[in-house]
Design a protein around this ligand. Structure first.
Ligand code: ADP
Ligand code: MG
Ligand code: MG
Length: 251
């Protein structure tokens, strides 16, 4: 599904190399987690995959279902089924949440050569999915994320994900700033979306999210590279001993 090979990335503006050869293969239906100290390049990896400006791929590459991602526009990547939930969801004043969701869903359907959802079908679907994420009707009418609490923003991202039905979902520190109840709700939303054809890359600094979203594979990233890969037990090792032991071991 997602294949990252020897990915090297530097900042466009500065001569600073951030990713220094990332290799990662994510199979359909699996959940991979990336953990790592602050500044190791986790967010940069998710930004480069989603097509954010400001980064230059200097070597290697990434593909989704065999299609080269790097030269694609962000909306082409989305149409292919890539979804990124940001660490800090943006507020969009003046754009109603419902309008935003409907526009996004229909743009994606169009890009896939599918018919638009009728207003009635869209409403039915968005209401059912919002309800399961405990998002109330009022939040659907408000401008996107404006005045939402941290937990509401994250749940709203999961709602976007549920509506867009992506194949490859990347969640960048979606647990940051959430209390335990909000985190559980987000995790439940993700778990409900797990399926055979859909994969997840869950980026997190802490282990606690992985108590609720059980990963198949855990990677440790440090200084722009994946330095260790293992099963869920690797996350527990980080929880118990921090990163120092692992980093010393691989050094
Ligand atoms: P993580 O998500 O693992 O905490 P990041 O990908 O955010 O790490 O950052 C990796 C490194 O790249 C850090 O040293 C960070 O300061 C640097 N970096 C990332 N983006 C920029 C930028 N736009 N300008 C300057 N430095 C950046
Ligand atoms: Mg960070
Ligand atoms: Mg980050």
């Amino acid at each position: 599904m997602l294949e990252i090979k020897n990915l090297h990335v530097k900042l466009e503006e500065e001569d600073k190399q951030i990713l220094k050869g990332v290799d990662l293969t994510i199979e359909p239906g699996s959940v991979h987690a990336i953990m790592g100290p602050n500044g190791s390049g986790k967010s940069t990896l998710s930004y480069v995959l989603s097509g954010k400006d400001g980064y230059e791929v200097t070597d290697g590459g990434a593909s989704l279902d065999g299609a080269d991602l790097i030269d694609m526009e962000p909306e082409e990547r989305a149409a292919l089924g890539l979804f990124l939930a940001f660490q800090y969801p943006v507020e969009i004043p003046g754009v109603g949440n419902m309008t935003f969701l409907r526009t996004a869903v229909n743009a994606q359907r169009k890009a896939r050569g599918e018919e638009e959802l009728s207003a009635a079908d869209f409403l039915k679907e968005v209401r059912a999915k919002a309800k399961s994420l405990k998002i109330d009707a009022d939040m659907l009418k408000r401008p996107v994320n404006v005045g939402f609490s941290g937990g509401e923003k994250k749940r709203n991202e999961i709602l976007q994900m549920a509506m867009l039905e992506p194949k490859m979902c990347i969640l960048d520190e979606t647990d940051s700033g959430l209390d335990v109840d909000a985190m559980k709700l987000v995790a439940e939303g993700v778990n409900a979306l797990r399926s055979e054809g859909r994969s997840f890359l869950v980026i997190t600094h802490y282990q606690r999210l992985l108590d609720h979203i059980k990963p198949d594979v855990v990677h440790i990233m440090a200084d722009g590279k994946i330095v260790k890969t293992g099963g869920p037990e690797l996350a527990l090792e980080v929880e118990n001993n921090g990163y120092t032991d692992i980093l010393t071991e691989v050094a």
